[in-house]
Design a protein around this ligand. Structure first.
Ligand SMILES: NC(=O)c1ccc[n+]([C@@H]2O[C@H](COP(=O)([O-])OP(=O)(O)OC[C@H]3O[C@@H](n4cnc5c(N)ncnc54)[C@H](OP(=O)(O)O)[C@@H]3O)[C@@H](O)[C@H]2O)c1
Length: 269
């Protein structure tokens, strides 16, 4: 498939990852939440049938992990049923679907997770995203389910921005030092999609290279911080201790520290 000549549709175009996908694929047709609600099966099927894209990239999701605990039904509609509707529509027009899932489909009891590992979510967000994966697999064959983790990108609320803000507001920022993962820059991920589209259908684990705790990640952003445990920093949703995605299928991306440098440069910091 020659990426430049294909007809592409990006859903969730206003989100953090969606906006960078739009930058990387400037000729794609873009749909924001307002323009296309992925929970509306009829609307999703009609618009995809009308547009007949070769590739659909779904960056739409309900991503507030703690919010999902309070809004379970919405989480399952957007993250579970929504991808099912998109997959159903893609199957009707023979389109390839690139969909993003999460490290939070795993429980974090193992240190690392390869693509074939059996998921076992421990929060509502993880359960809802896993349902989305299942609905896609049930409805179509030509999918790329791309599990990703710890995103930072210029167009959204993210950990880097939270740290920069808190660092100005507080003497010392407490950050958990017992949850480990792989920070990932949305621009790197969006560029990687060019390659993923051309690969075989299946599940992919795509992140920047390098493993760290949230505290270690924060240490590369701000100076006034102190480590703490997850018990000292309770959240509504349980988080996996280790959510380290291992990519066994494609070339690794650059280290998150290099990506973070570019991000901070883009932010003029
Ligand atoms: N952020 C992370 O650290 C992370 C980690 C692992 C996986 N992921 C996955 O990566 C993907 C992109 O995440 P992100 O961080 O870019 O999320 P985001 O910034 O929250 O963007 C999600 C987008 O989806 C839209 N949306 C919500 N409900 C919708 C609906 N019913 N129909 C259509 N659009 C809807 C939102 O629009 P409104 O804001 O207008 O509602 C928003 O523009 C998601 O699949 C997410 O699960 C993210």
């Amino acid at each position: 498939m020659v990426v430049g000549t294909i007809k592409m549709l990006i859903l969730g175009a206003n989100g953090m990852l969606g906006a960078d996908l739009c930058k990387v694929f400037p000729d794609a047709v873009k749909r924001t939440h307002k323009e296309l609600d992925i929970t509306d099966r009829k609307q999703v099927i009609e618009s995809i049938q009308k547009m007949k894209p070769d590739v659909v990239i779904n960056a739409a999701a309900y991503t507030n992990v703690d919010g999902c605990e309070d809004n379970k039904e919405l989480a399952f509609q957007v993250n579970g049923s929504g991808p099912g509707h998109i997959a159903e529509a893609c199957a009707k027009v023979d389109a390839t679907l690139v969909h993003f899932s999460t490290d939070y489909v795993f429980d974090g009891s193992k240190k690392e997770y390869v693509e074939s590992e059996i998921p076992n979510p421990i929060n509502v967000y993880g359960h809802s995203k896993l349902l989305g994966e299942k609905k896609i697999i049930e409805n179509m064959d030509d999918y790329r389910i791309v599990r990703i983790s710890w995103l930072f990108g210029i167009n959204g609320k993210n950990f880097v921005e939270t740290m920069l803000k808190l660092s100005k507001e507080m003497d010392n920022v407490k950050v958990v030092n017992d949850q480990f993962g792989k920070p990932t820059y949305t621009i790197d991920l969006a560029n990687k999609v060019k390659e993923i589209i051309k690969l075989d259908p299946g599940i992919y684990h795509i992140t920047n290279d390098g493993i760290c705790s949230w505290y270690e990640f924060a240490s590369s952003i701000i100076d006034n911080l102190i480590p703490c445990t997850s018990e000292e920093f309770p959240r509504k949703a349980k988080r996996p201790k280790y959510s380290v995605l291992v990519n066994t299928k494609t070339e690794p991306m650059r280290h998150w520290k290099e990506a973070l440098k570019d991000y901070l440069q883009e932010r003029n910091i």
